[in-house]
Structure formats: C-alpha cells, structure tokens
Write a protein that binds this ligand. Structure first.
Ligand code: GLC
Length: 634
C-alpha cells in the first residue's frame, strides 16, 4: 500500500510516473514538524532495525549510524566520512520492528540523520516546504522495493553488447592509442566490446566536436572499429565552452538556452575547457535542443555515451577566482601566520563547487526564474533526460548505451549510472558491491564502478579482484585517471589470468542479460542484500560482503590484498562454483561458514541447491557469442 502526502506546491521532478491522490502532510503518521521553511520527520530505531536504500551513497548496505545528504556532489574522495556522492536517491527502507519504505520527492537538499546524532532515532530534514512523501507498506522489504519501482516506471535496458567488457582510460589521446588498446586486447586474446573516448577526443574539450588531428576522418574510423566489433563510447560534459565561433555555444547563447544569474546575464564557470555556459536542462525546449546535438556523433555511427560533470561540477566561477587572486595579490610579500596562510589556502581550495556559485544560478521554469539551490539534484538527471528523449524518438528503446554520473530517481528510465571517481583501494571493491542493491532499489539496474579504481595507482591483484566482482555488474568497465599506472588487462604479467576472469563474463552473458531483463520487466532487484532472502537468519541480516544475484545465485568477491580466498556465509546449502576461462569447478557446500580458496584468475560464485544457470562458450566479442549453445551448471 502506498500513501502520498503533499506539502505546499512540490516541483514536478518526474520521478513518479503513477498518479496518486494526495493526503495533507499534517496526516503524515510519523513525528513531524514544519518550521523555519524546513520539514523534519523522525522515527525510532530499534536495536534490530536495518535501514536500506539511498542508492549511490557512501558506507554500508545498512545505512544506520551515519548522516547522509541528498546533494549531487562532484567529490572524488569516496571515504566513509563523506555524506554524499554524485546522486540523490531519496528512498529508504526500514526492516525490523516495522517494515516500510519512504520516498521523498524533493529536488534540493535532504539530510538523513539515520542514528548519527541519537543512535536510536532517524531524523530526516527536508530543506524546504514543497515536497511529496510516499509511504510504502508491504510484508517484506523486497515487496516494498518492487512497489516503489512500480510507481517510478521501468528501468532502462541497454543493448546486449553493453554487457561486454569495456576499456576506458582518461588519456587515449588519438586513434593510434585506441588502436593499440584494441590490438593489445586482441593479441592477448582477452575479450572486449567497447573502448571509451574521454575528453581527449574533443577539440579542446568542446562538446560535440572531434579533434580532427587526433582522429582524422572520425566517421570512417568509427565504422572501422565497428567492423572489428568495437563500439567507441565518447564522453559528453554538461558545460559548453564559452567561445565565439563555436556552433553549440553560439546557438545556445542566441536562443538564451544557458542558465542565468539573478540579473539575467549568463551564468559562467570554469570546467575542463575553461569558462563554460551551462544548458538550462530544466527547460524542455533546451532539452530538445541539447538532445539533438548528440546527432553529430550518432550520424557518425556512435551508439553509446557517458554523460559527465553534470552535478554540475564547477571548478571555479570567474567571480570566485578573481576574489581568490585578489586576496593572493594583497598578501604578496606578507609574513603569513596560521590564519593568513590557511585563509589564503582556503580561498583557493573552496573555489570548486562552491555553494555561493550554485546560489547564483537561475533556471527558467514555466517562464519564471527559479534558483538552482531549489532544484540542484535534477540537473544531471535532466541532462540525461535530454539525451534519452532524443535517442528514444530517433532510435527506439534499447539501441543506445548511456550512463550518467549525476542522477535523481526518474533518470533510471532513460539511462544507467556509474559510481564516479573511486580509487584503486581495496575498500572500493566492497563499496561497489554495497551500492548495487541500493541503486537497484532506486531503479538503476545498469550500473557499476570504475573497475581497478579510477584515482591512484592500481596493483595487478587489485585489478583482478575488482574485475572478478565486475564480472557480475551490468556495466563492466575498467577506467582509470590520467597520470595513474596503466591498468588495462594486458598491462600486467601473465595476462592469461585476466583473460580467464574476463572470459567468465562472456560465458555468463546469457544468464546476466536474462536476469537483468527480468529485473527490469518485473520491477525487481537484480542484486539483493542476503537479509532480503533470509530475514530470519541473523548472520545473513548483518552480511555486508555478499549479495544475492537473481533467483539462483549468491556472489562473494575476494576483497582483501594477499588473501588466497575468503570466508563466506552460506544461508542454505549451495554449490560453490569456481569459474576461470573455460574451467568450471563445482563443490557442494552445506549451510554455514566456510573458508573458500579463490586464486587470482578465478571467479567465485554460489548457486542455490536445485538451481542451474546457463553458460555459453566464451568469445572475443558479444556479437560472436553463440547464445543457443548453452551448458547448465549448478
Ligand atoms: C571526471 C569523470 C572521469 C573522467 C574525467 C575526465 O572526473 O568522472 O570518469 O575520466 O572526468 O573526463
């Protein structure tokens, strides 16, 4: 049962597709108060209660004991002390003394104090008085998640080839670099379906341009790669470079399509290309215009994109930068003491994504100015909507691969997400795992983290263990930052170990694709916390390192360095399967705790007793997979 409560005049975020009658917020059945333009609601937390949800967010599967914020943030340090990542997924689910779900449909800041200030109390603060809250009741957490998914509409499904292995790196500067990647994968006999084009493919980081010198005759190049079975996936950034003579900028400016400041002038801030203007994606006419820009690339045969920097990320505003530079100029020659030095440092450190800059942005909504702070969390989702609307009208569904960095619930209908700039840290293998069920609850099924880690240097064993989890994530992409150690699968000694792991992905594609589609069609979770399936089992309820996959499987990756295996908890009898290249080893194990050995070239999987899953033969590309010739294991 779902009840909708409305306060004031909510902004139409488009998150919920089903129509509902509304009750007054005064009838909301939990403790609540509306004061000083903020709404606070609270409920007690019993010892055994678990709180799930919040989609892409830091920390555990169980969100208790921390304070989170819904505020799409460009922050590349995903440590456990953070409160937000790139998304705002305002859905939580309580399981224990009570069972209910809450979705707060509100596009600005929400603070989720989930037992942080007072361990036994959840206190949620909505930073405004205009919002809808949906209270969802059902018998089980899974039913609640499904009921929620039903009202937000079906999840995006990418083309089948998007389930192939994908290689990315910020620094494939030209066609030769990309060719080398493909050649090296082919020579090492490691399967591959996509190579990503990061900002380097553009002409000085301008959206919808291609650097002709680096990629001569791009259309022909795209075609040639396609003949080799490789999809090239270019990045698109939210900011449009301010430059006279640059078509996209000139068109946008002439039509008044960029965000404004209070006095009606264009809002500008620095990102990769220098000073940029920001399309007002909240305006449907601007969305149509921006969506049509992708045609420049789809006309050349491109059929996949990643949308980035769309929180939006602002490196600096011209005003902010000038202030900091003035301060530095004033202090030249001074003897800087503690406050002098740190004041100067902070003036520069605080330039990026500054609250005061967001506060200066205005959108035009239904002909009226609206301050960005009121709708911040919709910006990236609206960029993705712009592209999604165009792709669907032009190509139909399931034809174009797309995923975004920033998102709000609703964007799951047109796109996937990736979890942004993680690190080559062992703890980030688990962070990837923990976000999967939470993202699924919020509708995002096509998702995954940068495998091997984006920031900092990776090690061979880390990349292998990360990939062994990535074998199961719908988006299986190895991506790394400029200047970090090369981490393509062929870069390390014994590349056959990498082949063994990545081939397992190709063998599993029939199963993973079918499981994914089913989850989308039935508004279900592809990945679930163990506690969803074994609610009476205390060990399962606390498990933060394993997940249920589909109806058949459990996954339990190795996530520690120098470990030759791991301890795994089986909530029922299962078959332990070790997959490696062509090899399948099975071993029945009884319910309980086990230590299982897993070599670096092996992928561990657990199949429930009485269940079987299909495997196909590996291939170098998804297009070469024989999806009819299946072997069943279990
Ligand atoms: C952002 C993205 C990252 C990309 C980089 C350069 O940091 O999150 O994936 O490589 O920008 O475009």
């Amino acid at each position: 049962m779902i009840t909708k409560f409305t306060s004031g005049k909510p902004f139409d975020t488009g998150a919920v597709t089903a129509a509902f009658p509304s009750k007054a917020i005064a009838d909301f059945p939990f403790e609540h108060a509306l004061a000083d333009g903020k709404f606070r609601l609270s409920f007690p937390l019993e010892q055994s209660d678990i709180l799930y949800g919040l989609g892409e967010a830091p920390r555990g599967i169980n969100k208790r004991g921390w304070v989170y914020e819904s505020w799409c943030s460009d922050d590349p340090f995903h440590t456990e002390t953070k409160q937000s990542l790139y998304a705002a997924h305002n859905f939580i689910l309580l399981s224990g003394s009570q069972t209910f779900g809450l979705f707060i449909d509100f596009p600005a800041r929400i603070r989720w104090d989930l037992g942080y200030t007072v361990q036994s109390l959840a206190e949620i603060t909505v930073d405004g008085a205009d919002f809808d809250i949906y209270l969802i009741k059902a018998e089980t957490p899974r039913e609640i998640a499904r009921a929620f998914r039903e009202i937000i509409g079906k999840s995006y499904i990418p083309p089948l080839w998007a389930f192939g292995y994908q290689q990315s790196r910020w620094s494939y500067h030209n066609a030769e670099a990309v060719d080398n990647v493909v050649k090296s994968y082919d020579e090492a006999q490691i399967p591959l379906d996509c190579v990503y084009l990061d900002i380097d493919y553009m002409e000085r980081y301008k959206d919808f341009t291609v650097n002709e010198e680096a990629f001569p005759d791009f259309q022909n190049y795209v075609q040639k790669k396609r003949e080799q079975g490789i999809h090239l996936i270019p990045i698109i950034d939210a900011g449009v470079k301010k430059e006279d003579g640059y078509r996209v900028y000139e068109e946008g400016r002439a039509k008044g399509y960029f965000c404004k400041t209070a006095d009606g002038s264009q809002f500008e801030a620095g990102v990769w290309p220098g000073v940029c203007a920001f399309p007002d994606f909240l305006n449907p006419e601007v969305r149509q215009w921006f969506g049509r820009q992708y045609k420049f690339l789809t006309d050349m045969g491109i059929d996949g994109f990643w949308n980035d920097m769309n929180e939006p990320a602002l490196f600096y505003s011209v005003e902010g930068l000038n202030k900091a530079l003035d301060k530095a100029a004033d202090l030249r020659g001074e003897n800087l003491d503690l406050s002098g030095f740190f004041g100067l440092k902070d003036a520069f450190m605080g330039l990026s994504n500054a609250h005061e800059d967001y506060a200066r942005i205005y959108h035009t909504v239904d002909g009226k100015q609206m301050n960005h702070l009121r709708v911040h969390n919709l910006y990236g989702a609206s960029m993705t909507k712009a592209a999604g609307e165009y792709f669907e009208s032009e190509f139909g569904r399931e034809k174009i691969l797309m995923f975004s960095r920033a998102s709000y619930i609703g964007a799951h209908r047109s796109s996937g997400i990736w979890f942004g700039d993680n690190h080559s840290w062992w703890s980030h293998i688990l962070l990837d795992l923990k976000m999967l069920p939470a993202a699924n609850m919020c509708g995002f099924l096509y998702c995954g983290a940068d495998l091997g880690g984006f920031n900092e240097n990776a090690t061979r064993d880390l990349v292998l263990r990360f990939l062994a989890l990535g074998v199961f994530t719908p988006l299986m992409r190895n991506h790394a930052a400029l200047g970090t150690r090369d981490q393509e699968a062929y870069r390390f000694e014994n590349p056959q170990d990498f082949r063994d792991v990545i081939q397992v992905r190709y063998r599993l594609i029939p199963y993973l694709y079918q499981t994914f589609r089913k989850a989308s069609d039935e508004n279900d979770l592809m990945f679930r916390p163990l506690s969803f399936d074994y609610p009476g089992d205390n060990i399962a309820r606390e498990c933060e390192t394993q997940l249920m996959l589909g109806e058949e499987c459990m996954i339990a990756p190795v996530y520690e360095q120098n470990a030759a295996g791991r301890t795994v908890y089986l909530p029922e009898d299962m078959t332990f399967v070790k997959l490696s290249g062509d090899r399948v080893e099975t071993q029945p194990l009884a319910k309980g705790l086990h230590y299982v050995g897993v070599a670096l070239n092996e992928v561990p999987l657990f199949i429930k007793k009485g269940k079987k899953i299909p495997l196909c033969r590996p291939a170098m590309r998804t297009r070469d997979l024989d999806l009819e010739q299946l072997e069943y294991i279990g």
